[in-house]
Ligand binder design. Sequence first.
Ligand code: SF4
Length: 319
Amino acid sequence: KKVLIEVKDLKKYFQVGRHQTLKAVDGVSFKIYKGETLGLVGESGCGKTTCGKTVMGLYDATGGEVIFDGVEIHSLHKKEKKEFTKRAQIIFQDPYSSLNPRMTVGDIIGEGIDIHKLYTGKERQEKIYELLELVGLNREHALRFPHEFSGGQRQRIGIARALAIEPEFIVCDEPISALDVSIQAQIVNLLIELQKKKNLTYLFIAHDLSMVKHISDRVGVMYLGNMVEFASSNELYDNPLHPYTKALMSAIPIPDPKEEKKKTRIPIEGEIPSPVNPKPGCRFAARCRYATDLCRSETPKLEEIEKGHFVACHRVKEI
Ligand code: SF4
């Protein structure tokens, strides 16, 4: 399998006031293979969206590398970066605020085509119609405005816009979180269908583990700027090893009420700590019932516990 993106020890810090540093992404590494979906999950504030945006080049990295098809993107000059943005696109969480309300749907979708000078005139128009149909809308929608559409339809417009310049890689930044549950599955299924048709590679960001399972080949779990567990989707769901992942997993409702009753829910204590000037040691220690002194002083490294299954926990073998 070909590696399309390699992220090495990526860091993204923000300065807060004069003396404080918010370590949103603090040393994260992973690879994404061409044509696969990598899910990235965690609670809000865990750094997953910042990670996605830094991988896209929307934020400069504080440290580390993002290698896209052999090229480190953060060292690119403006013109080369424009070339790169043609190959990578993002779908945003909020289909309400991410579409310009004063532009017609056709122009929203056509914007990228114009910026990259891909098509003009009739060809451009045909391309827009084709994209609308591809995402399950129709050509009459091109002349309408975003407010005339439902949330699910707006997300379809966002997807059409991302696809307009024929990217290879798409960061899906919580694309279903703002939608009704009944609509979520439709959007996920559309993304899966488009991936097959266009051989797309996705980084799919979500806080909902159950949806990520359906779409992802492999999943990374983030906690306070660190990757704490990483495995194939099936392996992670059948055999979660990190105490944080186990707790997240136990919170997913099981549709069968009998099974649901049998299940023990593992509570995660307290609030997620602030990523500003984080304490040394394991970032999960303040909320982990297995924490020891070692956990509070030394940061556990992400290690391969079973083939392809990585965990960052000092006590993974005992618990
Ligand atoms: Fe819990 Fe320690 Fe493992 Fe962190 S390293 S998850 S505190 S047992």
